[in-house]
Ligand binder design. Sequence first.
Ligand code: SF4
Length: 359
Amino acid sequence: MTIIRRPTKKIRVGNMFIGGGAPVSVQSMVKADAHDPQACIEQILRLEEVGCDIVRMGFLDMESVKNIGIIKKKIHIPLVADIHFDYTFALEALRQGVDKLRLNPGNIGGPDKVRAVADEAKKRGVPIRIGVNAGSLQREILAKYGHPTPEALVESAAEHIKLLEAVDFDQIVVSLKTSRVETMVAAYRLFSERFDYPLHLGVTEAGLELSSTVKSAMGIGSLLLEGIGDTIRVSMTGDNTQEILVGREILKHLGLRREPILISCPTCSRTNWDLIPTARRVQAYIDQLGAPLTVAVMGCAVNGPGEAREADIGIAGGNHAGIIFIKGQVVATVPEERLYDELVARINEMVRRKGESRE
Ligand code: SF4
């Protein structure tokens, strides 16, 4: 099944695009102190290494906003400044060369200030993400709905959008985050029926690694399956490189990124070889290789090749011998101790042949 992406407006962010059919990007946030540019740079470079496409930083004072220029010089991906309440921080972030603002125009002190920020952003070709969050809805909206319902989140976004459109600004990305998966999914669906601004998906305050991974895969994944969503952020209490790895994993298993995929069986009482360490080695090998192959590591020769028929290549072990199969057909039998090396040799050969056929 191919996901049919919902058409959205194409928004430029630095050297890339969000929406309008652009590949779904993966974002994270800097968790280092914004007053320490070197620590921020190091963290962003680590995020780049694991495949982060866009990085955001929160700023609470002018001193830290003035570090944007220093940081920008050393990094290679678009930088987003997350600004609340003080429009002068937004103006300075723009002067410092930031690539995108995350700012809610209803929170910066009136129409004149919205116009000042929007005009400066427009002049520099910088978009604005309206980030609606269940925890910080406008008082009147919360009073009207009683809770941060999907309708309340969308109404909040609509009000912020109106403020920007009133000053002739339409380079807008929107997010509608809550920590409840079902509310988040319903809010984004509702928004998509009414607007064509591109969407930044995320389940916020999603918890520690396991909980964040599950909630993000459910919330972000179900929307992407419906074609909704243009950029994603996995919010995790923990290492931000993990946020990127989980985000990429979500995209890859929906066919939105061409990356290596490991199929491995859960093992059962038919397994009589040490599959798990081999599966980990194979995963590490194909990840560093980066070629978009599907490789299987299966527990037994009886069911393995059939269960992993979709794999480009795979192995199944057992009884001190292993088999190698391609698209479900057994092509070789090798001693168990040579199984990994033989698999790697054949993967390399496949990658080489694919490279030649492209030339
Ligand atoms: S492939 Fe074989 S060992 Fe693995 S779960 Fe299936 S039956 Fe069990």
